[in-house]
Design a protein around this ligand. Structure first.
Ligand SMILES: [Cu+2]
Length: 329
């Protein structure tokens, strides 16, 4: 019943705010007790670049889709972002919990409640200058959060203005990294190519790590773009609405979580412990769903009309490489 109510809530929000706020990006990133603001997407406010933000700005809130074409796009690296760094780098202690929160444009609430939240890291010499190239296998997964035993997905918390907590592994080498945030929405993923990705990157400097420079040797490194395929079981989910609104085993896309393999199991508590990777439907017997599970496909992510002509021109120039993002600051 709860998930059905939340879906109705989504529709209500859409009815109130219209299509321009149907998507979102990070507005708050917290590490070591310090909260940093995230910039608005450029199509919402191209001037929004808080000088203390470690979160890289994206140029549109529009989602990346799980189509063959989009999955091969450089947008999968750090979101639909121009090749520019963030003004700041956040300090974070290895083994501690970072948290982040997504909102939709102009401080609207995050509107989606179906799908996982997945987090990757990429080590580099200087976070500020870190520009992973497409196809470079340097990303390792540190966390994935699916649904709880009642079938409520982790990202639903952000709909209620709660943050997502992710443990930074305690045994990674000190130094600079990008944290790649990936919120996947599956409300349309009963159709191939219609999962949606909301991706962005945050620059961090890790200190206090117990691992030496070789401690990432056991990590399963993947490339973005490159790690996902259109038919991945976690991205094309034809039976998504066949579970009577209850929890079901969900196959996360991408590699295993770093530190989750037996060889390096001495790492910090599994970041995924917050939400089980696989949930037993046997524990959801008390959950009653009085609303038919055949939730209609939400129309929340259909292409919208451009509402800001100025941003549109800048976006086009950025895409075509004729405008230096730095000139917008
Ligand atoms: Cu959306």
């Amino acid at each position: 019943m709860k998930s059905a109510t939340l879906n109705q809530y989504s529709l209500l929000i859409l009815a109130v705010t219209g299509m321009t706020r149907a998507h979102g990006t990070i507005d708050i990133f917290t590490a070591d007790g310090v909260s940093y603001p995230g910039p608005e997407s450029m199509d919402v406010d191209p001037e929004s670049l808080p000088s203390d933000s470690p979160v890289r700005q994206i140029y549109t809130l529009e989602p990346i889709l799980s189509t063959v074409m989009d999955l091969a796009s450089p947008n999968m690296t750090c979101g639909p972002a121009p090749a520019s760094s963030a003004p700041a780098t956040a300090s974070v202690t290895a083994g501690s919990t970072i948290s982040f929160h997504y909102r939709s444009g102009n401080n609207g609430v995050w509107p989606h409640d179906v799908g996982p939240v997945i987090t990757y890291m990429y080590r580099c010499t200087s976070a500020d200058a870190c520009m992973p190239s497409a196809g470079e296998e340097g990303w390792f997964k540190i966390d994935q959060q699916g649904m709880d035993e009642k079938g409520v997905w982790a990202q639903t918390a952000m709909m209620h203005n709660e943050s997502i907590g992710v443990v930074i592994p305690s045994n990674i080498p000190d130094g600079d990294y990008l944290v790649r945030h990936e919120v996947v929405t599956l409300q349309n993923a009963v159709n191939r190519g219609q999962a949606e990705f909301y991706v962005s990157c945050t620059q961090v400097h890790v200190k206090g790590g117990s691992g030496g420079s070789g401690s990432l040797a056991g990590a399963e490194m993947v490339a973005f773009p490159g790690a996902y395929a259109e038919d991945d079981a976690g991205l094309y989910v034809p039976d998504l609405y066949d579970h009577d609104g209850k929890a079901f085993p969900y196959a996360f896309p991408g590699p295993a979580i770093f530190g989750a393999t037996p060889a390096i199991a001495v790492a910090s508590p599994s970041p995924s412990s917050r939400v089980p990777t696989t949930v037993s439907t046997a524990t959801t017997a008390t959950h009653t769903a009085s609303v038919p599970p055949s939730t209609p496909v939400l129309a929340s992510c259909t292409p919208r009309k451009q509402s800001n002509g100025r941003a549109s021109v800048q976006q086009q120039r950025l895409v075509q490489g004729r405008l230096n993002p730095a000139s917008l600051r």
